[in-house]
Design a binder for this molecule. Structure first.
Ligand code: G1P
Length: 314
């Protein structure tokens, strides 16, 4: 397996005006674009080819992952070895190309747009809004499960019952002697709470058999009038492991996931990832503690024109 598909065709409306000229996939999470984390994850799982599904040209996306000789020469000339190393590393993560989605017809349609680029091989799909903590190796595990069991593999996470309607939701059966994976019997996209088959929902990581393309070609629009990847996977799950691309296994993910598609969750992701950084963490954590203590003691400090920095100084 060598390829990862990353849908990146959204307009980023939730982050306007920041996303007017900058694709939302390039918004920074600490000091790296959100998309870079996702490409690094694919690369860490051994995938060397990345297909970005885009609607407009979004040239900045490709530029970010391509070598920039002028910048490298300037950094070399100024002796900035650490910046040079970082810039070079991004350029060599994976071979990144784009495939075009002509209209926003849903995640299933976006994946189908990669059919020519992928061909008849299993491939991964990573949703850019979901960041998975790099220490959790979720995708690597999913690739192993595909090798062992065939079919397709999805990542599942337990969520509180009142959150299931935000996700694809799975009905599952245990695999004997394996607590970390399940057989997926059925899937439904964003069900009403009362119709949800379980509290196990789909997070944005998939390892798919190429048979999914055949199914997507005939998948009608579903929830929200869009072609849903969940609906195509429901078809593959219902076929069972038939040796012809059917069958879906769920890997239960218990690690950390950040949703950078939502403003509040994006802020949480930035803070959590920043406090853990060796370079920034100690200073940021201690500032944060003082800031939060000040907020608790002086909830109306901002109304009196006190900035967070002055609260710390005082
Ligand atoms: C998509 C999928 C959904 C999945 C979710 C994970 O939904 O359609 O099944 O649970 O990603 O983030 P979206 O968030 O794009 O509406």
């Amino acid at each position: 397996m060598r390829a990862a598909v990353i849908p990146a065709a959204g307009l980023g409306t939730r982050f306007l005006p920041a996303t007017k000229a900058v694709p939302k996939e390039l918004l920074p999470v600490v000091d790296r674009p959100a998309l870079q984390y996702v490409v690094e994850e694919a690369s860490a799982a051994g995938l060397t080819q990345v297909v970005l599904i885009t609607s407009d040209a979004k040239p900045a996306l490709l530029e970010h992952f391509t070598a920039n000789r002028d910048l490298e020469a300037a950094l070399k000339a100024s002796g900035n070895a650490s910046a040079l190393e970082q810039v070079r590393a991004v350029g060599s993560l994976a071979h990144v190309t784009t495939a075009h989605q002509s209209a926003p017809r849903g995640l299933g349609d976006a994946v189908l747009c990669a059919a020519d680029a992928i061909g008849d091989e299993p491939f991964a799909v990573l949703l850019g809004d979901d960041l998975i903590d790099a220490r959790d190796d979720l995708l690597t595990r999913m690739v192993q499960v595909r090798q062992q069991r065939g079919g397709s593999v999805i990542a599942l996470m337990r969520v509180p019952r009142d959150e299931v309607s935000k996700y694809g939701c799975a009905s599952v059966e245990p695999i004997p002697d394996d607590d970390s994976a399940v057989i997926v019997r059925g899937l439904v996209e964003k069900p009403a709470i009362d119709d949800a088959p379980s509290d196990l929902v789909v997070v944005g990581r998939y390892v798919l058999d190429p048979e999914v393309f055949e199914v997507l070609r005939t998948t009608p629009p579903g929830r929200g009038g869009e072609v849903q990847l969940t609906d195509a996977l429901e078809v593959l799950a219902s076929r069972g492991f038939d040796g012809a691309g059917g069958g879906v296994t769920g890997v239960i993910f218990t690690g950390r996931r950040f949703d950078t598609g939502d403003k509040l969750e994006y802020l949480k992701a930035v803070v959590q990832l920043a406090v853990e950084r060796e370079d920034l963490g100690p200073a940021f954590r201690s500032w944060l503690q003082t800031f939060v203590a000040g907020e608790t003691a002086e909830p109306f400090a901002h109304d009196r024109g006190l900035s967070a920095d002055r609260l710390v100084d005082e």
